[in-house]
Write a new protein. Structure first.
Length: 351
C-alpha cells in the first residue's frame, strides 16, 4: 500500500467517524424537475452540524481510481469528466459528469450492504457517487450495472458510538430518467423511473411512498406536514414539485426549484430541548443536466456561484481543477474561470 493511499484511508475513516455521530446529522433532500421544453434540473440540500469545508472539484477523464476498500479494493479508470462538491476535500457528496448524468448520496439509517464477500471488488460507501459519475452516461446504464451485483459497498463501523455510516444513492440523467439505489438487509433495491423525483432520508423509499398516500393530493386527507423530519420533507417536496407552474426560461425554472428546496431546508437555530439533534442546511446545489451547469449556494453566503462543465478541459491528462470556496466565500455568479489547478491536494485526496 502506498503512503498516499494509506493516508487517504486514515482520513476517510476519521471523516466517517464524524458522519456516524448521529443518524439524523447527515440529513438531506433531493428534488428532480423536468418541465416541458426546459432543462432537467435537480436541487439537493446538505444538512450538517458544522461547516464541511466544501470545495468544488473538476476531474478530467482517464483518472486512475482506488475505491479505498479494506478488502479487494476496486480499481478503475474514469471514462467521463465530472464536477463535484466535496466534504472536507475527501467525501464526494454530489456532482454531475460531462454526459449530463448526476449522482448524490443522502443518509438512510436502514441501509445494510450485506456481509462482505472478499471475492467481489468493493469500495468505501463514500466513494459511491464518484464511481457512478466516472463510469456511466445514463441512468439505464447505471441501473443495469447495479442489478448485476458485480461489486460491494463497504460500510464503516465507528466503535466509539456503536453506529454505521448508512447512505443511499440518487441518480438522474439529461433525459429526465431517475433511479434511487438502496441496500436493505443486504439486498439491492433499485427504483427506476422518472416518477421517483424526490428523496430524503428515513424510512426507505418504498415506505416513504406508502406514507405519501395519506396526504391530500396523493389519495389521503391529511394536511401537509410542517416539520423537518425526513418523512415530512418528502411529502412537502413531492407536493410542491407536483404543483409548479409552467416556465419558459432558465431563470424562472431556477427560481421555482429553489423555492421548493428551501421549503424543505432546515434553518439555523432550530435545535431545542425537544429536538436536540435538529441539524441545519449548510448548502444547496442545483444540477442543470441539459446545459451541464452546476450551481452552489452556501447558507452563510448571500451569493450563488455556478460553473459550466463544458468549458473545462476534460481530456485525459488535463489537470484536476479546484474552486476554493473555503477561502473565497464571497465569490458570485459564473466562477468557471476561477478554478485553479490542484497539485498537492490531488494526492491528499487519493483520487
Amino acid at each position: 500500500m502506498s503512503k498516499y493511499r494509506a493516508k487517504f484511508i486514515v482520513v476517510i475513516f476519521s471523516v466517517l467517524s464524524m458522519l456516524a455521530l448521529s443518524h439524523s446529522i447527515f440529513a438531506c433532500s433531493r428534488i428532480l424537475i423536468t418541465p416541458k421544453g426546459q432543462s432537467v434540473m435537480i436541487a439537493r440540500t446538505m444538512d450538517w452540524f458544522e461547516d464541511m469545508k466544501t470545495n468544488l472539484w473538476v476531474y478530467p477523464r482517464g483518472m486512475q481510481r482506488d475505491g479505498a476498500g479494506a478488502v479487494n479494493s476496486m480499481q478503475w479508470k474514469s471514462k467521463y469528466g465530472s464536477i463535484v462538491a466535496t466534504g472536507y476535500d475527501i467525501v464526494v457528496t454530489d456532482g454531475i459528469n460531462e454526459k449530463g448524468f448526476a449522482a448524490h448520496v443522502l443518509a438512510l439509517p436502514e441501509s445494510d450492504y450485506g456481509v462482505r464477500d472478499p471475492s467481489l471488488p468493493g469500495m468505501s460507501v463514500l466513494l459511491w457517487a464518484q464511481y457512478y459519475l466516472d463510469n456511466f452516461k445514463s441512468v439505464a446504464d447505471a441501473v443495469n450495472f447495479t442489478e448485476k451485483n458485480s461489486f460491494q459497498i463497504e460500510r464503516y463501523f465507528e466503535p466509539k458510538i456503536n453506529k454505521y455510516v448508512n447512505l443511499h444513492l440518487a441518480l438522474e440523467d439529461s433525459t429526465g430518467d431517475s433511479a434511487i439505489i438502496e441496500y436493505i438487509n443486504g439486498t439491492v433495491h433499485v427504483y427506476h423511473a422518472s416518477d421517483y423525483n424526490v428523496l430524503t432520508n428515513s424510512p426507505s423509499l418504498d415506505q416513504q411512498l406508502v406514507n405519501l398516500k395519506q396526504y391530500s393530493g396523493f389519495g389521503g386527507d391529511k394536511p401537509l406536514p410542517g416539520t423537518t423530519d425526513p418523512a415530512d420533507r418528502f411529502v412537502r417536496a413531492s407536493y410542491y414539485a407536483m404543483h409548479l407552474p409552467e416556465v419558459t426560461n432558465t431563470k424562472d425554472e431556477l427560481t421555482q426549484l429553489l423555492s421548493v428546496i428551501r421549503n424543505v431546508s432546515a434553518p439555523y437555530g432550530v435545535s431545542s430541548p425537544e429536538r436536540p439533534r435538529a441539524i441545519p442546511t449548510i448548502w444547496t446545489t442545483i444540477s442543470d443536466l441539459t446545459n451541464k451547469v452546476y450551481y452552489f449556494n452556501a447558507v452563510t453566503s448571500l451569493n450563488m456561484v455556478y460553473a459550466q462543465l463544458d468549458k473545462f478541459n476534460l481530456e485525459q491528462g488535463a489537470p484536476v481543477m479546484e474552486l476554493d470556496l473555503v477561502n473565497n466565500p464571497d465569490l458570485a455568479g459564473d466562477v468557471t474561470n476561477d478554478f485553479k489547478t490542484a497539485v498537492a491536494l490531488t494526492l491528499k485526496k487519493g483520487h
